[in-house]
Design a protein around this ligand. Structure first.
Ligand SMILES: *Cc1c(COP(=O)(O)O)cnc(C)c1O
Length: 370
């Protein structure tokens, strides 16, 4: 293992470029003495709703809390089922299980790595209360197909847009392409805070009120609790940081898009599968993930040359020990199993420079011809 010569995500470089504004925004929150919710969070919610193009944005303490709150608002509980993808971060299935409901997994599509709409309909039983597609790596899922199947059955769709904030689908922003959506502002997501934070978006004001109640202990007025909720509140320092970064997001996303297409251009002749992209469906490029045979050998050769990589995700959600009691048979998920074994994420951020990227490309070429 050699010293890293290209950062996987360069949060420090991003901070350096925004330092005076970020420092002033944080100092102003500290001086105000309002640390939880308050005017910074309210302003952020307005700006996020405007950016995305939905009538409602409810802030949350994390993306995971946002999923939990959305499921609680839909009344998901014991005996219910919620359909989702097994090729994602654990949070969606985890929150479904936490509420006593059963996560039902649908295999993914080979090209997009997203929940396969052709397999969705037959996975929706009478017990199904919601469907959670994930816009993986920043690219929106097949939302028209999914919305149509679920619309016919009157089942709400929650887009897990934790990785796709800033992406677009047929001209609309991710988070505005389903009835409900959630996102995460975990520091390494396309719009990252300096701690945990998240948000929920929806089209319906009545549902929005319910989400807001649940997010804050079921109270709209202090000490007057209407429903059982959670402490899912965002803190004001995160909101202040996010407001500064949101103003730069469009530029940051276009830098990520530029670097993604530059990767694809330089890697196109190698024996690997490159991620897909199109004008109709732009990605926020949370990850640039290739498929490669003999992944562990390639990872090792890259690491020896100082190039960090990451695997999103090495094993399917249903294979996690925490969900063993579901008794799910991996044979029903051939695509997920295959992609888990081949996927490899390369360094990607808006701060990635062309010369850094050239080092990644050269190292990969060396790994694949040796
Ligand atoms: C990051 C992530 C989450 C969870 O968000 P947190 O803010 O870390 O709780 C949920 N779903 C997906 C797909 C994610 O990538």
């Amino acid at each position: 293992m050699s010293a890293t010569i290209v950062p996987f995500v360069d949060l420090k470089a991003e901070y350096e470029s925004l330092k005076p504004e970020i420092d002033a925004a944080i100092a102003s929150v500290i001086q105000s003495g309002v640390f939880i919710q308050g005017p910074e969070v309210a302003s952020l919610e307005k700006e996020l709703a405007e950016f995305v193009g939905t009538p409602v944005c409810v802030s949350a303490a994390s993306g995971t809390d946002a999923i939990l709150i959305a499921l609680m608002a839909l009344g998901v509980g014991p005996g219910d089922e919620v359909v989702t993808t097994p090729f994602s971060f654990f949070a969606a299935a985890e929150m479904i299980a936490l509420l006593g409901a059963r996560p039902v997994f649908v295999d993914i599509e080979e090209g997009s790595f997203n929940l396969d709409p052709a397999l969705l309909e037959k996975s929706i039983s009478k017990k199904c209360k919601a469907v959670i597609p994930v816009s993986l790596y920043g690219r929106p899922a097949d939302m028209d197909e999914i919305n149509q199947i679920c619309g016919n059955k009157n089942i709400p769709v929650i887009e897990d847009a934790a990785q796709s904030f800033g992406a677009t689908y047929k001209g609309k922003k991710s988070c505005a392409i389903s009835q409900i959506s959630i996102t995460s502002f975990f520091p390494t997501k396309p719009l990252g805070a300096y701690g945990d934070a998240g948000a929920i978006f929806c089209q319906d004001e009545t549902l929005g009120k319910k989400l807001r109640l649940i997010m804050n202990h079921g109270q709209s007025v202090r000490y007057d609790h209407h429903v059982v909720g959670v402490n899912g509140r965002m803190d004001a320092i995160q909101a202040a940081v996010l407001r500064v970064k949101l103003r730069r997001l469009a530029v940051q996303i276009s830098l990520r898009q530029k670097m993604a297409s530059r990767y694809s251009q330089h890697l196109k002749d190698l024996p690997i599968t490159l991620p897909i992209s199109s004008d109709e469906r732009t990605s926020a490029w949370a990850q640039y993930s290739i498929r490669v045979k003999e992944r562990s050998r390639v990872e090792k050769i890259l690491s020896e040359q100082g190039i960090p990589t990451s695997v999103h995700y090495p094993s399917p959600v249903y294979a996690q020990k925490a969900l063993a009691s579901l008794g799910i048979n991996s044979k029903n998920f051939p695509v997920t199993e295959k992609i888990c074994a081949e996927i490899l994420s390369l360094p990607m951020s808006a701060q990635l420079t062309e010369s850094q990227q050239d080092l990644v490309v050269a190292a990969l070429k060396k790994a694949l011809v040796s």
